[in-house]
Design a protein around this ligand. Structure first.
Ligand code: SF4
Length: 218
């Protein structure tokens, strides 16, 4: 785990992210808050690409909790069976649709606790929904953000909640809303797990990672 970078360095890192991509977007396809919740829940241990492929057909026939219940567990399973853990996920999609109707009048709630009360929705999913749909500066820490935060010293922490707190504590507020997407995209495509592409990295001069691979990648 790298040491926490100082304020001025963190601010410069996010200025650079913003200059390259002023309006970063998530890659999970959705048409409303409900389909975003479902897409994020389905994305656990699956790629966004794989989820999008499955949900295009699913959301064409079921983009509300009521339509999802009408489709039923077997129908959902049929659409998502290319995604890992699909049986369990299909069960949860039906259960969360039922709970949305029973407890929230069919509307996706806007608090983290209420979101987390939905079957199959954990803290990360709740934070993605708060960030992407409700524009709240929530930090959903996935494997890419956890790795980048620790390696570069942007937000070191021994678990995902510690990294989430470090982002909230150390990233200047004007960058908080988009921090999630900038970090996820940088972690996914540049600061990759096995061999980070340090030679292509726009923050390599600021990054605290001691084993940078610049010589190997240029
Ligand atoms: S310099 Fe390398 S380790 Fe540091 S953020 Fe960039 S890709 Fe990751």
């Amino acid at each position: 785990m790298a040491k926490q970078l100082p304020y001025a360095t963190i601010a410069e890192i996010f200025r650079r992210f913003e200059a390259v991509e002023p309006h970063p977007k998530g890659e999970l396809e959705h048409v409303n808050a409900f389909t975003l919740v479902v897409a994020v829940a389905l994305s656990a241990q699956a790629t966004d690409k794989g989820v999008n492929k499955a949900t295009r057909g699913l959301f064409a026939v079921a983009d509300t909790p009521a339509k999802m219940l009408a489709l039923g567990e077997a129908g959902v399973t049929e659409h998502i069976k290319t995604i890992g853990l699909y049986r369990n996920k299909a069960k949860n999609v039906i259960k969360l649709s039922q709970r949305l109707i029973d407890t929230f009048d069919g509307v996706v709630p806007t608090s983290r606790a209420a979101l987390e009360s939905l079957p199959g929705v954990g803290r990360k999913t709740a934070n993605v929904v708060l960030n992407m749909w409700y524009r709240h500066p929530a930090q959903a820490v996935d494997t890419h953000i956890f790795r980048l935060g620790n390696r570069a010293g942007i937000a070191p922490g021994k678990d995902v909640v510690a990294v989430e707190r470090a982002i909230e504590d150390h990233v200047p507020v004007e960058f908080q809303h988009h921090a999630h997407h900038w970090m996820i995209l940088h972690g996914r495509y540049i600061c990759t797990a096995r061999k980070p592409r340090c030679g292509d990295c726009l923050i390599s001069d600021l990054c605290a990672f001691e084993e940078k691979t610049i010589d190997e990648t240029v």
